[in-house]
Write a protein that binds this ligand. Structure first.
Ligand SMILES: Cc1cc2nc3c(=O)[nH]c(=O)nc-3n(C[C@H](O)[C@H](O)[C@H](O)COP(=O)(O)OP(=O)(O)OC[C@H]3O[C@@H](n4cnc5c(N)ncnc54)[C@H](O)[C@@H]3O)c2cc1C
Length: 304
């Protein structure tokens, strides 16, 4: 049985791995990818030490810092469940051997919320995207739609207009909720059409997105829009399913932690965006990962 298994190689998990490795904790790091949500953005201007850094650069610096230690890494692996066993926890890994450890850190972050409409799943990666910042440039000659009237939706509108999209349709099922400053900077753009209080009924297309159907919530009237891409920007949801029933979650599904990153289950820790700690940022996630590692090492020491 290992001392520690860390689930997730975003800023929280990778920072925790470095801190724990420096304390010589015997551990494994399991993650679907390296970088987490940093993979979805281009440039970062608010990670201390860098006035500006391309996200792939920051990820490779994090990765190199982890790799200088002899940590067992299982990258490309999905952790399916965490169960309590005598003396610790058992982590079931998709397509791999299960791992047992006395302590587990949940650093699995968040993923984009989905619309749940017909066509969305089938056309994902074929015009349906959850990151306008990442995929917008691929569709700069197409008419596009952005779903979501919050800050991320309006930022996406700004980016797509800037890169020359001939028509940007913004669809929100409520009045726009983004900061006024973001709304102001696109409001008068002739290439923008705003549909508030509209919902998406369906995304259509054979091999690629070709259009979508929307419905006006006030009178139920439906209309078709011709678009080559749909960017879904309706927020993120925590990857906390694997500890549901094991640790307490809040109403948004975030893992509840105390200031020492302890969950309600002794020996199970959590850090970063998957938790109820406010403000989802790289520097916050990294800080929480560091804190969790120090606390977990102390816990392991107490276990003897
Ligand atoms: C488009 C975008 C732009 C952003 N820009 C900035 C910015 O400029 N500055 C800033 O400070 N923050 C920014 N953020 C927020 C920042 O990226 C997050 O706060 C941060 O990445 C959270 O780190 P984390 O380690 O908690 O989780 P994540 O980064 O979400 O990483 C979680 C990791 O867990 C893995 N994982 C999930 N489930 C499983 C599982 N079951 N099994 C195995 N592995 C799993 C994932 O693959 C991933 O590697 C941005 C976010 C987005 C989406």
């Amino acid at each position: 049985m290992k001392g520690l298994v860390i689930l997730g190689a975003g800023p929280a998990g990778m920072t925790a791995a470095v801190y724990a490795a420096r304390k010589k904790v015997d551990m494994a790091l399991i993650s679907k990818d390296v970088g987490g949500q940093m993979l979805w953005t281009l440039g970062i201007e608010n990670y201390m030490g860098y006035q500006y850094i391309e996200a792939p650069d920051l990820i490779s610096k994090f990765d190199a810092q982890v790799r200088q230690f002899p940590i067992e890494q299982r990258i490309g692996n999905n952790a399916d469940s965490v169960k309590q066993v005598s003396g610790g926890f058992r982590v079931e890994v998709d397509g791999g051997e299960p791992l047992e450890a006395r302590v587990v850190l949940i650093a699995t972050g968040k993923r984009p919320r989905q619309l749940g409409v017909p066509g969305e799943g089938r056309l994902r990666g074929r015009g349906v995207s959850y990151c306008a910042t990442c995929d917008g440039p691929l569709f700069n000659k197409d008419k596009v739609a952005i779903v979501g009237g919050g800050n991320s939706g309006l930022e996406a509108v700004y980016d797509l207009l800037k890169i020359g999209s001939p028509r940007v349709n913004l669809i929100s099922n409520t009045p726009l909720t983004a900061d006024e400053v973001l709304i102001e900077q696109v409001r008068d753009n002739p290439n923008l059409t705003v549909f508030t209080e509209h919902e998406v009924v369906e995304i259509t297309g054979d091999k690629r997105v070709e259009g979508m159907r929307i419905r006006f919530l006030k009178d139920g009237k439906e209309q078709d829009l011709e678009v080559g891409a749909v960017f879904v920007e309706i927020g993120l949801q925590p990857n906390s399913e694997l500890v549901k029933g094991l640790a307490d979650l809040n109403r948004w599904g975030e893992v509840k932690v105390n200031p020492s990153c302890e969950t309600s289950m002794p020996g199970l820790y959590a850090a970063g965006d998957v938790t109820d700690v406010p403000e989802k940022q790289i520097v916050v996630a990294a800080g929480e990962g560091a804190k969790a590692a120090i606390q977990m090492q102390k816990y392991l020491q107490r276990l003897g």
